[in-house]
Design a binder for this molecule. Structure first.
Ligand code: HEM
Length: 413
């Protein structure tokens, strides 16, 4: 069993009623069944609480509280280390320290955020995402071909990982023969809990892996995202190598881990609910609604915010400098917002979930993510016989900035 992080002392401004002992990395319930545990928390913990674990942090799990925080970036800042502290830290770094990519725009606030985000919005428009459809269909089919006759697979490594990684390589204009290298990088960054030094260096590794291709596109444009990004200007200034590197590394992190987990939780739910599989097979026109409801039922991203000025949230006073995690899985299972939140129900209002966040940082890749998910559902349901969980190998999870499925063994006859 994982060891819990050591508790820290409660700061004076945190009242006793706000304290709830919960380790968002290693809570045993969360690692056994993440969303079941989130429902338990919603029944037993305050909608916003302070845990002495994980270095001491506030966690919001209620829908209204999460929603309010997402929409007020001037108070709930995404710049986790304030800009003046970054300057100080940079001065302490040795001169030969390689440049660490900044995850922009996800770690900056408006108004600077808007200028950095809008080029990405163009590159990931609904039309740009639709243009990938055929490639995504071909790839999904190929991955299913590779496992269909064996009657079982470990779904994460066989399909959920290689699918978005390959789509990413193709969209960016990176050679797909580097799939294995990029999958290893995904593992290094996402499957391990990297510390404050290993984390930035792992980001540097991703940038190094991409650098040659980014540079090659500067003077040799093709029909890919790297070329499209080089063509853009930010506030009238031409694109620079540093900004290109920042974009590419963020897309790598934001666009792979997320899709992998959305696929993992959905395929597990379908494995456990043969009647839902049967109903979607009988009427595939329900697939888009099923994708949306699955995103709500199994939201999994945990965005982080820094409190930029004292504020009340969930009945407690949060103080400037405090850290706040927004548990989107909790928000989307909150019965104050969603009736019978545990039930998978495509007749509910499907638009109001926060699986893709909300406010200025709302996911840029959601159109692409939806297309990848629709394609996967449709093809699995059309081609694989009824699948179920493998009782000998139960799913494994980890938790941190996302609730994640590490392995998911499924079988079919
Ligand atoms: C099911 C899949 C996905 C989910 C659930 C998801 C979820 C999210 C969430 C919750 C945020 C907001 C984070 C915050 O407020 O701090 C976000 C931001 C972002 N996502 Fe996604 N995402 C998914 C797929 C993708 C894909 C495929 C891409 C691109 C290839 C992508 C690119 C981004 C980027 C660039 C941002 C930062 C936007 C900004 O800061 O303005 N995401 N995503």
């Amino acid at each position: 069993m994982a060891t819990l992080t050591e508790p820290v002392e409660k700061p004076a401004h945190v009242p006793d009623e706000a304290v709830f002992d919960f380790d968002y990395h290693f809570d045993p319930g969360l690692l056994a069944n993440p969303h079941e545990r989130m429902r338990e928390l919603l029944d037993s913990a305050p909608k916003v609480f302070w845990t002495p674990r994980n270095g001491g942090t506030w966690i919001a799990i209620g829908f209204n509280e999460v929603f309010d925080a997402l929409r007020q970036p001037e108070i709930f800042s995404s710049s986790i280390i304030p800009p003046e502290q970054i300057e100080e830290l940079l001065k302490l770094m040795p001169d030969d320290m390689p440049r660490i990519p900044m995850l922009k725009p996800i770690t900056i606030d408006p108004p600077e955020h808007t200028a950095i985000r809008s080029p990405l919005q163009k590159a990931f428009s609904p039309r740009a995402a639709m243009n990938q459809l055929e490639e995504i269909q071909t790839l999904t089919n190929k991955l299913i071909d590779a496992v269909i006759d064996q009657g079982h697979c470990e779904f994460i490594s066989a399909i959920a990982e290689p699918l978005p990684v390959t789509v990413f390589l193709q969209m960016m204009g990176l050679p797909t023969d580097r799939l294995a290298e990029f999958r290893d990088l995904v593992h290094e960054i996402l499957m391990k809990d990297l510390g404050p030094f290993d984390g930035p260096l792992a980001l540097r590794k991703v940038a190094d892996a991409l650098q040659e291709n980014i540079a090659a596109r500067e003077h040799d444009r093709r029909d890919d995202i790297l070329s499209a990004l080089w063509d853009l200007e930010i506030e009238g200034q031409p694109m620079t190598m540093d900004v290109m590197e920042d974009y590419a590394v963020l897309l790598f992190i934001a666009g792979l881990d997320t899709v992998i987990n959305a696929m993992g939780f959905a395929v597990r739910h379908l494995a456990e609910n043969p009647e839902l599989q049967a109903s979607l097979r009988a009427d595939p026109s329900q697939v888009p609604d099923a994708v949306e409801e699955m995103l709500r039922r199994y939201s999994f991203v945990v965005p982080l915010r820094r409190i930029a000025s004292n504020v009340e949230l969930g009945g407690f006073e949060l103080k400037e400098g405090d850290r706040l995690m927004l548990h989107l899985a909790g928000a989307d299972l909150d019965e104050r917002k969603f009736d019978r939140p545990d039930e998978f129900d495509i007749s509910r209002d499907l638009k109001s979930h926060v699986a893709f966040g909300g406010g200025p940082h709302r996911c840029v890749g959601m159109h692409l993510a939806r297309i990848e998910l629709h394609t996967l559902y449709r093809q699995l349901l059309a081609r694989l016989p009824m699948w179920r969980l493998d009782p000998d190998h139960p799913p494994r999870y980890h938790s941190g900035n996302v609730l994640a499925v590490d392995s998911l063994n499924i079988r079919w006859d």
